[in-house]
Design a protein around this ligand. Sequence first.
Ligand SMILES: NC(=O)C1=CN([C@@H]2O[C@H](COP(=O)(O)OP(=O)(O)OC[C@H]3O[C@@H](n4cnc5c(N)ncnc54)[C@H](OP(=O)(O)O)[C@@H]3O)[C@@H](O)[C@H]2O)C=CC1
Ligand SMILES: N[C@@H](CC(=O)OP(=O)(O)O)C(=O)O
Length: 369
Amino acid sequence: MKKKVGFVGWRGMVGSVLLKRMEKENDFNNIIPIFFTTSQLGGLSPLINNISFGKLKNAYDFAILMSLDILVTCQGGDYTNVVYYKLRTMGWKGYWIDAASSLRMNKDALIVLDPVNRLLIDDSISCGIKTFVGSNCTVSLMLMALGGLFKYKLIDWISVTTYQAASGAGASYMKELLMQMNSIVPIFGNILHNQNISILDIEKKITNFLNNSEMLSKNFKVPLINSLIPWIDIKMKNEQTREEWKAESEVNKMLSTNKKILIDGNCVRISTLRCHSLSFTIKLNKDINIREINQILSDHNKWVTIIPNNEISTINHLTPLAVSGTLKIPIGRIRKLSIGKKYLSAFVVGDQLLWGASEPIRRMLQILL
Ligand SMILES: NC(=O)C1=CN([C@@H]2O[C@H](COP(=O)(O)OP(=O)(O)OC[C@H]3O[C@@H](n4cnc5c(N)ncnc54)[C@H](OP(=O)(O)O)[C@@H]3O)[C@@H](O)[C@H]2O)C=CC1
Ligand SMILES: N[C@@H](CC(=O)OP(=O)(O)O)C(=O)O
């Protein structure tokens, strides 16, 4: 019998990417979908393959939620915090699949990324685990790219710097970046081709304008265009940001490691629209040659691709623009660092709305059907 699957948060960025992927893979053929809203009650469900699924249901209507076999939410942590515990307390035994971070570290929840931890997923299902959560976007991308090295336990520690797109913070942040882009065009639009105007004068005008335009920075708090923000999320007691804290905590939970793999570094917001990038220094626990490393990495899953360490390949294939909207996980700049034979450098780009958020959840739903 087809399972009743509820979707909350399908209108947001992660949710809409999820729906598109499900439509493409014909996933809706195997379920009875029910679409919920927190704000558009009375509105219509999205058309799936041109089929209508009636009116939207109230995402806080516990009677309907209780009737679901599976609930998939991309609505965010606030929704999860209000609904999840109440639903469980009311005795709901269905599967909860979530994109938000709130439940990740709970004992009775598994963080899922099946190309990396499928065995643990299968074990958890047979042990009666009913709550499955996607990992933080940079964590999923790191694990997809370095999966082979993790699988063969070749990593001592990782130092990572992330370059995270504006859309990672949510739709309103992405809009704010676009508004900032739009606001600086009039400053240089007409004068760019005038040879008599110094480029540094234009730069000064833009910098002055951005430093005095609070109106354009309600979400990010400061301008992101023409700048970057080396701070994402709240501060933890140990001086990390919460985004930085997630890497080591989530990876070790997901891999159920006996010996903790140490991971730390800075998370940085940059002014790309979509796709996160990560720069790694990896301390291997033995000296392996680059050819073997490339083989281990590319054998791990079909999405990871080795980008040869040369300029043309790198600038054409290892950028957010080249990867946006695809499931590709290119990894390049792979070389031994001059500091020692066990120190490896690598650079990874991945679409944080696909492998970073919606794809692990889509695949988890398929596993449960
Ligand atoms: N963005 C990302 O890259 C990643 C996000 N996540 C997590 O996924 C969850 C959802 O994130 P994300 O999709 O970015 O959030 P969004 O801000 O895009 O959407 C969240 C909800 O906001 C409501 N909403 C209000 N106005 C609009 C609008 N104009 N257009 C669309 N939706 C609107 C919708 O709910 P309703 O229809 O009920 O009003 C929607 O489901 C969060 O927990 C986030 O942490 C995880 C990994 C990556
Ligand atoms: N915080 C991430 C996106 C995200 O939503 O992460 P999480 O799912 O861990 O809250 C970013 O800003 O790019």
